[in-house]
Design a binder for this molecule. Structure first.
Ligand SMILES: NC(=O)c1ccc[n+]([C@@H]2O[C@H](COP(=O)([O-])OP(=O)(O)OC[C@H]3O[C@@H](n4cnc5c(N)ncnc54)[C@H](OP(=O)(O)O)[C@@H]3O)[C@@H](O)[C@H]2O)c1
Length: 257
């Protein structure tokens, strides 16, 4: 276990899914955690209550990270509550899943603003708060759709490719400030996000069974697997890893078919 004792960690989109697991893991490892949500207050409050029951502080902030004013307010609240920030986990994501020929400008803007633009401008705020602590870590959540073609994933996949490029640029620019920036690209993880795929629709393909069968490690990634890797990348052990995207998919994407 890596100690994040008394560190302040922001996990965007941490009321549900992988973000919730990440928030709880950092809290178990000693951190105070900022829980950010957009639409679902109740699960965010529940996550914060669990963090407090572990003896850590938790600040719950509603903010659409795709809105630049809301993003600035999120960081202003962190600064007034904790005075600084040690770790940003860029986890929140949204998107319009449909074929490329059916995408519309609104879906492109929505998805790019929430998934990618928020990393660039969130990192500007985060870096300022991290500099006050002498450094920090940023870990972004990407996905295999950044480099592979997944059904109906064109806009999210493109936003994830932007995240991976941003991580390289931010890693280089923030390295001299002792801020380490990397990304994690997990394979399929069982969360509500999968409800948007056609595997759950009538007549849809059974994507989950298919991916499990074609994964050399024999199972899908869990949110706990993702938390293991994110915490490693946010820890001092990863300080010489700069601007990388680490794939964690049990070998699934290595197979030609
Ligand atoms: N699940 C997978 O198979 C998988 C695989 C690879 C990568 N990932 C990546 O891992 C991350 C987490 O995925 P997940 O499966 O846990 O997703 P999820 O279950 O769909 O949860 C999304 C989270 O993001 C928050 N969110 C959405 N839009 C937001 C916005 N505009 N501002 C702030 N928060 C917002 C949601 O908050 P509200 O509930 O308040 O809306 C929710 O907490 C994402 O970056 C995703 O792309 C997931």
């Amino acid at each position: 276990m890596t100690s994040f004792n008394e560190k302040v960690v922001l996990v965007t989109g941490s009321g549900r899914g992988i973000g919730r697991e990440l928030a709880l893991r950092f809290a178990r490892d000693g951190a105070h955690v900022v829980v950010n949500y957009f639409r679902n207050r109740k699960p965010a409050e529940q996550t914060a209550d669990e963090i407090r029951s572990l003896g850590r502080e938790s600040l719950v902030v509603k903010a659409n990270v795709g809105d630049l004013d809301a993003l600035a307010e999120l960081y202003a609240k962190i600064e007034s509550t904790f005075g600084g920030l040690d770790v940003l986990v860029h986890n929140a994501a949204s998107g319009y899943n449909r074929p490329a020929m059916e995408q519309r400008p609104k879906g492109w803007k929505w998805t790019m603003d929430i998934n990618a633009r928020s990393l660039l401008f969130g990192a500007q705020h985060a870096a300022r708060l991290m500099e006050k602590r002498g450094g920090g870590s940023i870990v972004a959540l990407s996905s295999l759709g950044s480099v592979r073609v997944l059904p109906e994933y064109v806009v999210v996949g493109t936003s994830k490719a932007a995240i991976e490029a941003l991580v390289r640029y931010l890693g280089v620019e923030l390295g001299p400030k002792n801020i380490v920036v990397n990304a994690v690209s997990p394979g399929m993880v069982m969360t509500d996000a999968l409800l948007h795929f056609d595997t759950y629709r009538e007549g849809g393909t059974d994507l989950i069974r298919e991916v499990t069968e074609k994964t050399p490690s024999g199972r899908l990634c869990t949110p706990a697997d993702v938390a293991d890797l994110v915490c490693f990348l946010a820890s001092p052990a990863a300080k010489m890893i700069c601007g990388q995207t680490v794939v964690m998919d049990g070998g699934h994407s290595l197979l030609a078919r």
